[in-house]
Design a protein around this ligand. Sequence first.
Ligand code: ZN
Ligand code: ZN
Length: 367
Amino acid sequence: MVEKVQAAVRTGPSRTEFREYPMPDIPEDGALLKLEVAGICGTDVKFYAKPPITGDVIMGHENIGIIDRAGSQFLERKGVREGDRVFVEHYVPCFKCQWCHQGDYRLCQGTDWRKNPDGLRYGYTSAERAPHLWGGFAQYMYLPWNAVVHKVPDGVSAELAGVVTPMANGIQWALFDCDVGYNSTVLIQGPGQQGLSQTVACKQAGASLIIVTGTKKDAARLDVAKQLGADHVIDVDAEDPIARIAEITGGEGVDVALDCTAGAGTIPILLGIEALKRKGGTLLIQGEVAEFPNFPVGKIANKYITIKAARGHNYRSCELALKQLASDRFPLDLITTHRFGLKDTDAAIKAVGGSEGVIHVSLMPWE
Ligand SMILES: [Zn+2]
Ligand SMILES: [Zn+2]
């Protein structure tokens, strides 16, 4: 066992420094996770360039690892054993509030770093707070009594399990929030790991039409979208997406439009509103744009559109995502495209926001 834990720490905008932290003491109700994979997503790209809080943070919020050591209470409560491979959700909820009791702990104030300066969340919590190991870009992570763990099914590799977060979001947003199911018609904007995971979830649920859009730099990703079940892909730089969607749907439009773009501003929302069916479609939005001048509220009302906000994943969507990964029904290895060692954390984050062949990046803290 190592005495000191190596970690990549964000110390400022686009700045990573390497630090050593003491190996924490593990109480009866806590555990130590030995990291295998920390997935990197678009949120990391955004918050690496513009940190939402000042001070040192060990990033990494999509974490897979092995229960290295644990207190007896932790093992009993969580139903896991030392040596088990687990997915640790980034939420560290209070388990006392209304939301926690309802099972919607993703909405708990105790894990809401945006609203609550004391909020605990892996990848978003100050490394100054003892016992410091609150992020996946490190060799070990500390798991208190209220960490949420899911056992990874046998046969699912750590790297594949690293895709569980976008897959859980796919199930949560498309299936639970927007009711995609048998015979649904869906527009998915953005063919990154999130959009591709939505494609898999929609296909598995029985959607009869899946259209995925991207830009000219997304040629390789759009090709993967087709292999994962998209019926049509549209390069919005090469053709008019509204005209093309009208053509594909015989002028009817789609039931559901999901925004999985990054940094595209108001454009995908406006396209989603146009692409939806004449009445009663559902539009899923992200929190990308803080303000929306001339928001077409009249059109929303006239088309009787329901707007849903993307907000992470619940326990059930995580469990279903792990089952999806274990089912081997889709060529998901097409998503896990790149891996980097801990010393290359800076390059790993930048790769996600960068070149066209990159879909999902795995940070391997022991490489
Ligand atoms: Zn993420
Ligand atoms: Zn709570």
